[in-house]
Design a protein around this ligand. Structure first.
Ligand SMILES: [Zn+2]
Length: 266
């Protein structure tokens, strides 16, 4: 029986139980609500992550794949100087995700995958997945752009051959998903290299050192060239990400996760 909807929250109790009994894989889209320049809506990151999950889930027909209610919130204090951003603290973010993951596992689902759409979440999600996995709740996670990888080189025309912020890739995805949300008249090309205090980026780069970037007040809020964005590029990007995710889902489900040791208590 095909699922009536891939969205967990649209299903009824017996439908979710049947999906569980059929060995469903559950995708959890994670994003943020944050400023994305003047031309994009603040739901950019969760919109892209959710779209990749839904498209992948719809491609897998051999077993059910559910998309959990999208996590609209993430870790974005570095965007708080500009309006629109709603951030969680690290503790809130990881506690929220832990409770969501534990709830889904509590109902008997074993194969869960976190699909992230926000760069600021990357380190937090890696630490969370490590903690969950070593305490007996293994979970796979990635950011959707990792599924696209080198294919960005073929698709994108600007200097940046990947995802920056409110950039060519992200704007293209939004144009593909909902062109009414984008105001291309306000799209500007900009390279954001803003530290918390004035400092030469080259010093850090030469030493292989990371120093977190922030989007200070009045910044265009863009890193990359959204003026080159098109819906056609967005369709290509989303299609590649979704088909790679679908392939991973099929392989991941083959792995036996029924007996996983807890190496260390939470
Ligand atoms: Zn973004």
């Amino acid at each position: 029986m095909p699922l009536r909807s891939v969205f967990w929250q649209k299903l009824r109790r017996p439908e979710i139980a049947a999906a569980r009994d059929a060995g469903a894989v559950v995708l959890i889209p994670v994003g943020s609500t944050e400023q994305h320049g003047a031309h994009l809506p603040v739901d950019m990151d969760i919109a892209a992550a959710t779209a990749v999950c839904v498209r992948a889930a719809e491609q897998v027909t051999e077993f059910p794949v559910l998309v959990a209610p999208p996590i609209w919130s993430g870790y974005s204090p570095h965007h708080m100087e500009n309006p629109g951003t709603i951030t969680l603290r690290h503790e809130t973010f990881t506690a929220l995700l832990t409770d969501v993951v534990d709830s889904i596992m509590h109902h008997g689902f074993r194969h869960l995958i976190l699909i992230n759409g926000h760069g600021g979440n990357v380190g937090h999600l890696a630490a969370l997945a490590n903690k969950l996995t070593t305490s007996g709740r293994p979970i796979a996670q990635t950011s959707w752009w990792n599924l696209v990888g080198d294919d960005f080189r073929e698709i994108l025309e600007g200097m940046l051959k990947g995802v920056g912020h409110a950039c060519e890739a992200e704007t293209s995805c939004y144009l593909a998903l909902d062109p009414t949300g984008v105001d291309m008249n306000l799209a500007v090309q900009h390279e954001e290299a803003s530290y918390i205090v004035p400092a030469d980026e080259a010093i850090f780069r030469a030493a292989g050192m990371d120093f977190p970037a922030v989007f200070r007040a009045g910044s265009p809020g863009v890193h990359g060239d959204p003026t080159r964005a098109t819906a056609e590029k967005g369709e290509r990007i989303l299609a590649i990400a979704a088909s790679r995710l679908a392939a991973f889902i099929r392989a991941y489900r083959q792995i036996d996760l029924s007996q996983v040791p807890a190496l260390f208590p939470e």
